[in-house]
Design a protein around this ligand. Structure first.
Ligand code: 13P
Ligand code: SF4
Length: 304
């Protein structure tokens, strides 16, 4: 680490203590941000951490829906998102108004919403899920008919694992959509010993080629297995930092160097420091929406 980062890190850690704050970071965050976090994880792990922390302030280094989820669970805590422009483009592919319309067309379906969605959409849903628990959540439902929003590719992946009849929403992740099946086949030839592990947000043609389809947290656990020495990683490339740090000596090959989520990268050491100094930007969900959204998140947390 250079002197500049050392200095910033020192300031962040000092202020974090003074503010009684905890820093949570998603696996896609810049390495410099992951390295100062109290906890690094996937969406499910981060929401579980948020639900348990004693800190008064949560600095959420991730994207907007993740900070919102923390605020939905704990409205009395101050939730900081160090850059307010860090939104998830997939979450922006659905609105509560459009979901309400769709629900009128499909009145007998249970609405399952991926956690990558705005609080208003969660409020209109019966239950949430993350990439780590999606199949389990859908299998836990009594209803055979499901409207799954907003990720059509995750929805498609779930449909290969369950007999439920799933109607998809046409959303997708632009970052994962960049990973093409020919990248996987090319890398398999180059690294015949490597396991191919991809995120369920990838295109069906890509998940069909993988040895394992896992959440980012699942990928981190899988990488630690003794029989895994080389891994072709089909997800956002920020995770490579953590994989290499936790598994020195093992080889991690990104499926595509272009799989970068630009919004995740808006958060830097500087923006973390500024947000702790200013106690801003804060993410808060209006109470009426929060209570309804919380019911969907709580139902999910009871399943896992
Ligand atoms: P995970 O829950 O697997 O970390 O995924 C979150 C996400 O935004 C993937 O693009
Ligand atoms: Fe959203 Fe995709 Fe970025 Fe994840 S990687 S936060 S789904 S845009």
């Amino acid at each position: 680490m250079d002197n500049m980062n050392d200095e910033l890190t020192e300031k962040v850690l000092k202020l974090k203590k003074e503010r009684n704050a905890v820093i949570l970071a998603h696996n896609y965050q810049l390495g410099e941000v992951q390295d100062i976090a109290d906890f690094v994880g996937d969406s499910l792990e981060l929401s579980q951490k948020a639900a348990k922390t004693d800190a008064e302030v949560i600095v959420f280094c991730g994207v907007h829906f993740m900070a919102e989820t923390a605020s939905i669970l704990y409205p009395d805590k101050v939730v900081l998102l160090p850059d307010i422009h860090a939104g998830c483009p997939m979450a922006d592919m659905i609105t509560a108004a459009r979901l309400k319309e769709r629900k009128r067309e499909l009145p007998t379906s249970t609405v399952v919403c991926y956690i990558n969605s705005p609080a208003e959409v969660k409020a209109e849903s019966d239950v949430c899920c993350t990439s780590a628990n999606a199949v389990k959540v859908i299998e836990s439902l009594d209803n055979e008919e499901v409207l799954f929003v907003p990720d059509q590719y995750l929805g498609h992946y779930i449909s290969t694992k369950t007999d439920k009849r799933i109607t998809f929403w046409p959303g997708y992740c632009p970052t994962h959509a960049r990973i093409q099946p020919q990248y996987i086949t090319g890398l398999r030839q180059e690294y015949p010993q490597a396991r191919v592990v991809v995120h369920p947000e990838c295109r069906p043609e890509v998940t069909a080629l993988a040895d394992e389809v896992l959440s980012t947290g699942g990928m981190c656990q899988y990488a630690k297995r003794e029989d895994v020495n080389q891994m072709i990683v089909g997800t956002e490339i920020g995770i490579i930092h953590r994989l290499r740090k936790e598994n020195p000596g093992k080889k991690f090959i990104p499926a595509s160097e272009q799989a970068v989520c630009p919004r995740m990268k808006l958060i830097t050491l500087e923006s973390v420091l500024w947000s702790l100094q200013e106690m801003s930007p804060q993410v808060r969900v209006p109470e009426e929406i929060r209570l309804k959204a919380k019911a969907a998140v709580d139902t999910m947390l009871k399943v896992v």
